[in-house]
Ligand binder design. Structure first.
Ligand code: ADP
Length: 359
């Protein structure tokens, strides 16, 4: 069976590494044929060759959101999770409006155009968070506005399109839950993780002994409501007064689930493949306390591989991408005998990987 992946980034790369073990072949469609997943795929196509790509695939999935509509039109009939979910996700505005309409807890927000951005920001106390409607990821297109004068820069950076204007959530911490569901409707969820972001980008995350039953219920409910066949990640804020608010959802493999490659009985990537090919799902249970730290904006030479691999149980995943400022270049998974053990390892790796980097 041949599986197509829309997008050639590291999520596709790990999906292929995991899916090959189950005996599948992989075809990748990406704008650049030198992307990480393309390099290890059986066949790789650029966007112009979409017709050829579709003809050869038995099922298609995606590993990022920003796929051109012309491509989605041609691939949608084979694509899981459905392209409708992906379309919702392509607009930060539509995503939040959907969640609020369906009664899910989200931060207070309003929608603005370039012309009425000031008026929209006036509805909240400063600071506010302004997010451009589309093409944002890892904090790109996102602005923390502490003084109204700064809105001018936002407007000139995004002359077209809408904005989501959100209250600033003074959260205690962030967490996420990944769920998986197959076409028979069987669904499982991974345990929650606590996630640490800096400047809008995930730095590290770790498993937790806390259960968060409400977050699990919300994730299960969204998986059903969106009729997901594949993965769904739900990212939450946990506020200082103990409330859960959804920050965003992602109908694909997620950075906060990379730890599952080493910490879980079945990785998120393997479960994605199982779900979209109609196989039984694998256990989402943790084998041991686990964590993950991203490697950001560093070349292979700048990363001290000896120090990284000196950590007991550490596993390096290097994506082979060209170095760029704030770019995710790889990650390190850690496992430990206890939560504290994992935290100690992450602290050490943070010093090794971020000591000289302002990301
Ligand atoms: P992206 O889609 O670029 O990853 P997100 O909307 O998920 O952007 O935001 C990335 C991070 O920025 C969040 O994980 C959080 O740390 C911070 N953030 C986003 N929105 C808010 C908010 N309303 N209040 C406080 N922090 C926020």
């Amino acid at each position: 069976m041949r599986i197509g992946i829309l997008g050639g980034g590291q999520l596709g790369w790990m999906t292929i590494l995991e899916g090959r073990k189950l005996g599948f072949e992989f075809l990748v469609l990406d704008k650049s044929t030198s992307s990480p997943a393309c390099k290890i795929s059986d066949l790789c196509f650029d966007y112009e060759k979409v017709d050829e790509f579709v003809k050869l695939c038995d099922v298609i999935t995606y590993e990022f959101e920003h796929i051109p509509d012309e491509v989605l039109e041609k691939t949608s009939y084979l694509t899981l999770p459905s392209v409708e979910v992906l379309k919702l996700k392509k607009s930060k505005v539509e995503e939040k409006v959907f969640l609020r309409k369906r009664g899910y807890p989200v931060p207070n927000f309003t929608v603005a155009t370039n012309e009425d951005l000031e008026r929209a920001a006036d509805m909240f106390e400063l600071p506010v968070v302004v997010k451009s409607e589309s093409l944002g990821y890892d904090g790109k297109g996102q602005y923390l506005i502490k003084e109204k004068g700064k809105l001018k820069d936002v407007k000139s950076n995004h002359p077209q399109g809408r904005f989501l204007v959100e209250e600033f959530v003074d959260f205690d911490f962030e967490l996420s839950i990944i769920g998986v569901r197959n076409a028979k409707g069987e669904a499982l969820i991974y345990p929650p993780t606590i996630n640490h972001h800096e400047e809008g980008i995930l730095i590290y995350n770790k498993s937790t002994d806390l259960a968060f039953p409400e977050a699990k219920e919300i994730t299960k409910s969204l998986i059903e409501e969106l009729n997901i066949v594949g993965l769904l990640c739900v990212e939450f804020f946990y506020t200082k007064d103990g409330k859960l608010l959804i920050n965003e959802i992602a109908p694909r493999a997620h950075n906060t689930g990379h730890y599952t490659l080493d910490g879980s009985y079945t990785s998120q990537f393997e479960n994605l493949i199982r779900a979209i090919t109609g196989l039984p799902l694998g256990s989402t249970k943790l084998k041991s306390p686990s964590g993950m730290i991203n490697i950001i904006g560093k070349s292979y030479e700048e990363m001290d591989i000896r120090k990284v691999l000196s950590v007991d149980g550490a596993k390096l995943y290097w994506y082979g991408k060209e170095k760029r400022y704030r770019r995710k270049m790889g990650h390190v998974n850690v496992v430990g005998s206890s939560q504290e053990d994992v935290e100690r390892k992450l602290e050490y790796l943070y010093d090794v990987l971020f000591e000289s980097l302002k990301c």
